[in-house]
Design a protein around this ligand. Structure first.
Ligand SMILES: [Zn+2]
Ligand SMILES: [Zn+2]
Ligand SMILES: [Zn+2]
Length: 165
């Protein structure tokens, strides 16, 4: 068995998602403290909204929810908070969906590999170092130095396969 960090254990329908959110916030608080980063109330709020579910969420959905409690938040504020969370490895950007998803394992440096379900839009993050190492060495074979890699794999998740969606 290779070292695979997967968020799939959190993705099952029956679980207390509040625990996931609290864990994500605790992780973020600790990581920001360790790295001397400021985890402001605004950033915390955006992180919570990204973690609203295990499905990727768009910036405008986040903005929408931010403004639900009567506050008016400007789009750049949300983008800056997202930028911060991405830089701190707390959130990943999924380019193919133009959306964001919380990282379940922000403590471990990793290249994100994402299994994206085309039916229910759920996302499972893999962190298989065999895959990232292979990409790195293949790239190096071309004289290319890989700095950052994100893999987005589209398909059908186990839940949707069994329910025939
Ligand atoms: Zn959850
Ligand atoms: Zn991650
Ligand atoms: Zn699915």
């Amino acid at each position: 068995m290779s070292e695979v960090v997967s968020s799939s254990r959190f993705s099952a329908d029956e679980h207390d998602h509040d625990d996931c959110v609290e864990l994500a916030v605790e992780n973020a608080e600790r990581i920001c403290r360790q790295r001397g980063l400021r985890f402001t109330a605004q950033r915390k709020k955006v992180l919570r909204l990204v973690w609203n579910s295990h499905k990727p969420v768009g910036a405008y959905d986040i903005l929408d929810r931010m403004n639900r409690d009567g506050h008016k938040t400007a789009p750049p504020t949300v983008y800056r908070a997202l930028e911060f969370l991405i830089d701190a490895d707390l959130v990943h950007r999924l380019d193919s969906l133009n959306a964001f998803v919380g990282c379940p394992e922000p403590n471990i440096p990793h290249a994100g590999q994402f299994l994206i379900c085309q039916s229910c839009r759920s996302v499972t993050e893999l962190d298989d170092s065999k895959i990232s190492d292979l990409i790195e060495s293949s790239a190096a074979g071309q004289g290319f130095k890989a700095v950052h890699q994100t893999l987005e794999i589209q398909g059908t998740c186990q839940g949707c396969t069994t329910s025939g969606n």
